[in-house]
Write a protein that binds this ligand. Structure first.
Ligand code: APR
Ligand code: PHB
Length: 389
């Protein structure tokens, strides 16, 4: 089989790329290790920057999002007794849209299928060959039979545990990593959200986040030990931990109920450079991970897809490879800023096991500065709604 762009991974990055290329007349094949149902069972963050919303519309996958997405003009940062509302619209003239990543992925699958997109699911043993030549190809198995896909370019959209990153030789690759000494225990519950905006809360016993999916579906998180297991947490224990960490007025109003999902996520910052090796490009979680504080994971994947789709369109329509040559540099410039922002929010709002009294004073001083200084609020707002592409 032959295509123009072989896309490894049918998560949001691979699907969005495939759909944007299709709309520009460029053919691709998406190779996914799991099934579509498995991909759609993963629960991830749900805050979309305007840049991602625009791309989903351009991909023909924006109708449901435009109907059901909830516009948020600000967020609440609470630290001990302080509550600061950061107004996105006032500081940036724009907003974010709250809409679950699972729904984004579902809409992309629907759009891709409506255009007879070429997918292979349950692929095993994907290997990427010769991307340092002009004739790259990908081999894989499905149900024991071997396949070969010849292509012009390979897009590695296969997430943190994929094969694409490891295809770049070790002597070319440089990895940067920070593992945080805690996790997030998250639950989904069919209860109304405690507030109409997200609340990022830091208390003397750790961090909590109040988020939402719709008017009767809430997503909450509390900071937990990295070695903890969701089995150690009854729903009651979770609700008590959450109430202890959020402002009292919200704790009093919190509507609790049975959890319909409960899981623990580790927190990691990670970047692998470069993001291009010859005719192989890395996109999204394959190249970088952020801690979830600030919800930059999917949004940063989307900015990679933007740079990559533009570069490929420029190549195929104008025979100009300048943006392909500069893909890694352009994508990484924005990735590092998102890394900085999510590291900063994580550092500001969590309790660290080795934190000294001085460290806590530094967090408090930073929060006081944020409360009193509109420029500091503007910086938070600009990063939260998303830096320009
Ligand atoms: N072969 C084929 N597919 C693979 C392989 C492989 N060897 N390894 C992984 N995959 C598939 C995974 O099954 C998954 O469906 O690649 C897909 C990668 O999807 P994600 O991990 O969701 O990564 P990405 O598409 O870059 O999405 C960006 O934003 O909020 C963050 O981490 C969150 O998933 C999110 C990400
Ligand atoms: C979520 O809704 O799951 C969510 C929202 C904001 C974050 C992280 C997760 O920063």
């Amino acid at each position: 089989m032959r295509t123009q762009v072989a896309i490894i991974g049918g998560g949001p990055s691979g699907l969005l790329l495939s759909q944007l290329l299709h709309r520009a007349g460029i053919e691709s094949v998406v190779l996914e290790r799991k099934t579509k149902d498995y991909v759609l069972s993963r629960i991830r963050a749900g805050v979309l920057e305007v840049g991602l919303v625009d791309q989903l519309r351009a991909a023909g996958a924006g109708a449901r999002l435009d109907r059901d997405g909830i516009i948020h003009d600000g967020t609440v940062i609470s630290y001990g007794d302080e509550q600061i509302r950061v107004d996105f619209t006032e500081h940036t003239g724009t907003h974010v849209t709250v809409y679950g990543q699972t729904e984004v992925t579902r809409d992309l699958y629907d759009a891709r299928e409506a255009m007879n997109g070429n997918f292979a699911f349950n692929v095993e043993g994907v290997a990427i060959h010769d991307t340092d030549t002009n004739t790259p190809f990908v081999t894989y198995h499905v149900d024991g039979s071997e396949h070969r896909l010849d292509c012009d370019y390979v897009a590695g959209c296969d997430g943190f545990h994929g094969v694409s990153r490891a295809t770049i030789p070790e002597n070319v690759r440089r990895e940067y990593e920070k593992i945080y000494p805690f996790g997030w225990l998250g639950i989904l519950s069919e209860t109304p959200p405690v507030h109409d905006e997200l609340i990022y809360a830091s208390s003397d016993v750790g961090f909590a986040l109040c988020s939402m999916r719709n008017e009767n579906l809430s997503r909450y998180y509390v900071q937990c030990e990295i070695t903890d297991s969701p089995d150690n947490w009854s729903d009651d224990a979770f609700w008590e931990a959450l109430k202890r960490r959020i402002p009292e007025e919200h704790a009093t109003n919190l509507v609790t109920g049975p959890s319909i999902e409960k899981s623990i996520a580790p927190l990691r910052s990670f970047v692998s450079e470069p993001m291009r090796w010859g005719r192989l490009f890395l996109c999204g979680d394959a190249a970088h991970i952020v801690p979830p504080t600030g919800a930059k994971g999917l949004n940063t994947a989307a900015s990679d897809v933007h740079y990559l789709s533009q570069a490929l369109i420029q190549f195929y329509t104008a025979n100009d490879s300048e943006c392909i040559e500069r893909y890694s540099e352009k994508a990484l410039a924005r990735v590092w800023k998102a890394e900085r922002f999510s590291w900063w929010m994580t550092s500001l709002l969590h309790r660290f096991p080795d934190q000294s009294a001085f460290d806590i004073r530094m967090q408090q001083a930073e929060v006081a500065f944020l409360r009193d200084n509109t420029s500091a609020q503007a910086v938070l707002a600009q990063n939260y709604v998303g830096l320009p592409y």
